[in-house]
Design a protein around this ligand. Structure first.
Ligand code: NAD
Ligand code: MG
Length: 397
């Protein structure tokens, strides 16, 4: 059997490391051919020593120079590349079969588009790129017949519950009534408005069920993660926000569900461990051993569900509105959220200001049509400027 070359965009992150863990269990099937990271050369050196990729790419040029020296000193046969252009180049290399899109945030947009354009098997973890440019991205996938597989656990669950042979971007069949998108509710599910105002970045990053990067952890705590996922589901499965009902499910065992017209509800279940959707994506259409422990339903005993509270957690509704507004609105929503989350993590604004900033940006920036990636990136820049103007207004009070 041919060994498949894998390019892991964002190899040093939570999804990247879990991907390497699964790949290491199947070295006869997959080779980590390209690893990329942002600026931490030491972390990348450790991965190069362990996994011996053909290429190692640092998004920051200065970090690429550091890595180059470290790699030479260690006498490793790894070619080091640097800069955002290199991320785009490696995602489209002829020798690459599979691209794991696991950069966090808008920085993943161009490399992911390049992977789709090159017709790769694209394993999509980086939901922000799809939120920003859903229409363009899905068009690229359809035109090139790239194989797009969702890695976000909820979307992977939905994909698994759809009829065999379903391809992302096709409309789902008429015999499907709705999608039930589950959410853990995050660490502040039971906090009242006053308590929410006082939460710290460390508390927000301590997710009850999942171990993830900082940005997505804060998004989970604010429910913006579910807002981004609602938009992601609309693009992946060609549905409308009204076809999706969010269910808070604090145990994170059911990863999402699909309801059919006959009343059947299909759910995908499993322990909250990203190696399950990662192994599914890598192996598809085969199943692979992932290292994930068996589900113990006796120990779990009960599964609970509740409705999301839009008063305490307004981000989900803001995302719904942005999708309905169309054009550049979702790119603005995403950019405002990235800036607000970064300001919260630095301790510059309270947690409860995150939705206020996003709401302010959506109200203060025009929605324009999207014809090309430059339209998306220009909306992204304008929204970041407006978000930072609002953030500095808050921090100087
Ligand atoms: P993380 O912060 O742990 O890792 C992010 C990776 O992206 C790192 O390798 C980092 O070096 C790289 N990176 C950051 N900024 C960059 C830039 N400007 N240019 C190039 N590379 C950059 O994040 P994560 O938790 O692994 O999440 C990655 C993506 O997967 C996010 O879009 C997230 O929403 C999505 N996702 C994550 C999980 C999870 O369990 N962690 C689940 C579902 C979806
Ligand atoms: Mg998810």
């Amino acid at each position: 059997m041919n060994v498949k070359n894998v390019c892991i965009l964002g190899a040093t992150g939570s999804i990247g490391l879990n991907t390497l863990d699964v790949i290491a269990r199947h070295s006869e099937k997959f080779k980590p051919y390209v690893l990329t990271a942002n600026r931490n050369a030491e972390e990348m050196l450790a991965l190069c020593k362990q996994y011996r990729p053909r290429y190692a790419v640092m998004a920051a040029e200065s970090a690429a120079q550091d890595l180059h020296q470290l790699v030479q000193a260690s006498q490793l046969e790894v070619e080091v590349l640097g800069g955002p252009g290199a991320l785009i180049d490696v995602a489209a290399l002829d020798e690459v079969d599979i691209v794991m899109a696991a950069i966090v945030g808008a920085a993943g947009l161009r490399p992911n588009l390049a992977a789709a354009r090159a017709g790769k098997k694209v394993l999509l973890a980086n939901k922000e790129s799809l939120v920003m440019s859903g229409e363009l991205f899905m068009k690229e996938v359809r035109d090139t017949q790239a194989q797009l597989l969702p890695i976000d656990s909820e979307h992977n669950a939905i994909f698994q519950c759809l009829p065999t042979g379903y391809q992302c971007g096709e409309g789902i069949a008429a015999d499907i009534r709705r999608i039930l998108l589950t959410a853990s509710g995050g660490p502040f599910r039971n906090f009242d408005a006053a308590a929410l105002k006082a939460v710290t970045p460390a508390q927000a990053c301590r997710h009850p069920n999942w171990s993830m990067g900082q940005k997505i952890s804060v998004d989970s705590a604010s429910l913006m993660n579910k807002g981004l996922e609602l938009i992601e589901a609309c693009w992946l499965f060609d549905v409308r926000p009204d076809d999706i009902e969010v269910h808070i499910h604090p145990e994170s065992i059911i990863h999402s569900m699909v309801e059919y017209t006959d009343g059947s509800v299909l759910a995908q279940m499993g322990n909250p461990d990203m190696r399950t959707p990662i192994a599914y994506g890598l192996g598809w259409p085969e199943r692979l051993e992932s290292g994930v422990a068996s589900l113990n339903l006796f120990e779990l005993a009960s599964l609970n569900f509740e409705r999301p509270d839009d008063q305490r957690f307004p981000c989900l509704e803001l995302a719904r509105q942005a999708f309905k507004a169309g054009g550049t609105a979702c790119a603005s929503l995403n950019a405002a959220n990235e800036e607000a989350v970064a300001a919260f993590l630095k301790g510059n604004i309270p947690f409860t200001s995150i939705p206020d900033i996003i709401d302010g940006v959506l109200g203060g920036t025009a929605v324009r049509p999207v014809n090309c990636v430059e339209d998306v990136l220009s909306a992204d820049q304008s929204a970041r400027c407006e978000a930072n103007r609002l953030i500095s207004g808050l921090t100087t009070i």
